[in-house]
Design a protein around this ligand. Structure first.
Ligand code: SF4
Length: 184
């Protein structure tokens, strides 16, 4: 299938390729996802298996699991989210730089799973936005890879330039408000 994002004109000397900024930015982003492994329970074992040679998540350039939120852009929530951990998860999510994405791996992370109890959050999307959900208890490593491919597709459709401009305007507004606060 022809890639509509790229136009190649063989008549132009020097092999010039014309494309859109969104296409380039999204292409770079989707092939350099650095996951933040938020392993909370049994699903984390399947997440670890995805890094092994049998499933080999590095085929997608995602093997660089970062335990530092400042060097990660995709949180994979793998396991049961208790209320005790919820605050920690949100804090780590907030420390991750934009743009960032979240994958809810398994029934527990997506909905609370079988734990309909006072101690369990009924889905991590109650505290942070989730981009892709994975069903299963536990989902197999292949399911995680499938979700990561779906996430790549989603990143590929983002309006990156527009989002960057909007974020820049928001930051300028925040700085202006902070400056006004100091003066008063
Ligand atoms: S979904 Fe199943 S395997 Fe995953 S954390 Fe919950 S109970 Fe464990």
């Amino acid at each position: 299938m022809q890639n509509k994002n790229v136009a190649y004109d063989s008549k132009v000397e020097g092999e010039v390729i014309v494309t859109q900024a969104d296409a380039v930015i999204n292409w770079i982003r989707k092939h350099s996802v650095w996951p933040m492994p938020m392993g909370l329970a049994c699903c984390a074992i399947e997440l670890m298996a995805a890094g092994g040679s049998r499933f080999d998540i590095s085929r997608f350039g995602m093997e660089v699991m970062r335990f530092s939120p400042r060097q990660a852009d995709c949180m994979i929530v793998a396991g049961t989210v208790t209320y005790k951990m919820a605050e920690v998860i949100r804090r780590i999510y907030e420390q991750m730089a934009e743009p960032k994405w979240v994958v809810a791996m398994g029934a527990c992370a997506s909905t609370g799973g079988m734990y309909r109890s006072y101690a369990t959050l009924q889905g991590v999307d109650r505290i942070i936005p989730v981009d892709v959900y994975i069903s299963g208890c536990p989902p197999r490593p292949e399911a995680l890879l499938d979700a990561m491919i779906k996430l790549q597709d989603k990143i590929g459709r983002e309006r990156s330039v527009k989002n960057l401009t909007a974020r820049k305007a928001e930051t300028a507004e925040e700085l202006e408000l902070a400056g006004a606060g100091k003066e008063s």
